[in-house]
Ligand binder design. Structure first.
Ligand SMILES: [Cu+2]
Length: 268
């Protein structure tokens, strides 16, 4: 029985090491500016805690084997010095992870943005994502979902028809972004809590009803990336998928101009 336990422990340790080294499942290729720093943070945590885990399994197996030779009365009473030492070491480790993680986090949530940051409002509603661009005037039109929201008539967010600032607002079902430019996302939710998750950009942020949450990202590579809702938001949760389409700045400008024209034609 004891030997079976030792073999099981060692198999777990070897299996975990194999997962660490071979990476059969890993993150998608990084496509945003902060992704590298987040991956770095993750990798450090992975190696430090993974190493501790493997060491603990080996120590456990070694104790199991060595206790075979001991007499029943020959047990360890504990070692308070060692206990204090590893408690302090783990506390210091967690403190360090908190401080270094905070640095990356504050970069994502930084509100002192570059003035040319592209503004995009992201709204989660059961069960779809809506992406709104402020249009040529750079100002988002006023919303009143309770009064004006008519999803069947092309106004799912409840854009106030009387507000001129909303006339050139562009509403899209996919998030189109120019590569290399800072993007400020304003996250909203229309009904329940949703969460914007873009794995390739290492971006995840809740959208909460009644709150406007700002977050930053900077796409670095052109391509199509998946957006998923990372908060179980109802029966249609699985349908809350959308796409980020990262294009060149020129392509983005022409896409936005076409969309603005279309939006204005609709309201005229
Ligand atoms: Cu959702």
């Amino acid at each position: 029985m004891r030997l079976a336990l030792v073999i099981a422990l060692l198999l777990i340790a070897v299996g975990s090491l194999w997962l660490f080294i071979v990476h059969p499942w890993w993150f998608p290729a990084a496509a945003s500016r902060n992704a590298g720093a987040l991956d770095h943070e993750f990798r450090i945590a992975f190696w430090v805690f993974g190493g501790l885990f493997v060491a603990a399994q080996i120590a456990l197996a070694a104790f199991l084997l060595s206790s075979r030779q001991r007499k029943k009365s020959d047990y360890i009473l504990g070692n308070w010095k060692l206990e204090i030492a590893w408690t302090l070491a783990i506390a210091a480790l967690f403190f360090w992870f908190n401080v270094s993680g905070e640095k990356v986090w504050s970069r994502v949530m930084d509100h002192h943005r570059a003035n040319d940051a592209l503004q995009v409002e992201v709204t989660g509603a059961q069960f779809q994502w809506y992406f709104r661009y402020p249009g040529h005037d750079g100002v988002f039109g006023r919303l009143d979902a309770q009064k004006f929201a008519r999803p069947d008539e092309g106004n799912p967010l409840g854009l106030d028809p009387a507000d001129l600032a909303g006339r050139d607002d562009v509403l899209s079902s996919s998030l189109v972004l120019p590569a290399g430019r800072d993007v400020e996302l304003t996250l909203r939710a229309q009904d329940v809590i949703h969460s914007v998750f873009i794995p390739a950009m290492r971006f995840k942020q809740d959208a909460v009803p009644g709150m406007t949450i700002r977050a930053h990202l900077q796409p670095t590579q052109a391509g199509n990336y998946e957006i998923a809702c990372a908060e179980l938001c109802g029966l249609g949760h699985y349908r809350m998928r959308a796409q980020v389409r990262v294009v060149s700045p020129e392509e983005f400008a022409s896409w936005l101009a076409t969309q603005e024209l279309r939006a204005q034609e609709k309201t005229d």
